[in-house]
Ligand binder design. Sequence first.
Ligand code: FE
Length: 344
Amino acid sequence: MVEEAKNLLDWSQWGRQWIEHLRRHKTLNRELERHLHKFEETFTLIGRQASKLDSTQAGDELPTLITRAEQVQEQFHHFLRLAQLSEDEHMEQEMRESAQESINVQPAVAEEVQVPVVVPAPISYPGAREPVRAARPVPAGRHTLPPLPYAYNALEPYIDEATMQIHHNKLHQKYVDDLNTAERKLAEARESGNFELIRHWERELAFNGAGHYLHTIFWPAMSPNGGGTPSGDLAAAINRYFGSYNAFRRQFSQAAEKVEGPGWAILVWSPRAHHLEILTAEKHQNLSQWDVIPLLALDVWEHAYFLGYQTQRDKYVENWWNIVNWPYVEERYEKARKLRWEPY
Ligand code: FE
């Protein structure tokens, strides 16, 4: 099977897993439920078409279908956003209008995919391309779970499907929910002027905000096509500061393995010092250096590896290098390094 067709199958599975997640965790109105059903048919059809594609057909059909598939993905991201917003009654009107727009852009998803659709390479890690909503600021209490940019089983054998399901679906969702609660409670406090519980909500804000943001970097920083070594300016910066890629990797692995209890190992660029650094965070918020931009984050909480590795965090850390998505890290580095404070 050609590579694109395989990507397409993974993508189809990713979509159907999302739909399953939404059905289990979200209350959708009839309008959205109807669209969800159409998306489900679309993902299923695309998966079926992909499994039939052989290398002779693929050459003819791929180019025209790639654009089409990207549209479906774009609309699904939009739909996910709407599904999140729909939980809030105040947003219902706006949501209906936006839903209407998305219907106009994409009339009858299900019928159109009778034409076989093949997913382009970027689908394998679309998280690297920020979804449309990134252009708009997130209002207080309206964070949403970013879609996993690949299927739940895509990182096997390095990270198993069950771990990924729990980690993304359940745990990351909980950070999002609790961050939203903290932001809403703080907004209420601002309004009422009653800051009696400020210490509690500030802690919640730090813990769940750090959890949400770090996991948001964590998912697209891995890829089924990952591994290898960094290139370009990031490679040069690593060599310059750490001496070599191997020296960097040794230090990063050691730092990750030796975090006391749950936490993270994080490669950062310091806009102040103008060089890279490796930091660790106990839990999320302790020992954090705030004036930095995370580039590469490795989750070493037990939930990230326990089902597959039990207590062998070192094996998990070692294997994790096979799925690091360097182009994504490079992209983050390219943007982050432009931010430079006055050095002191
Ligand atoms: Fe985690």
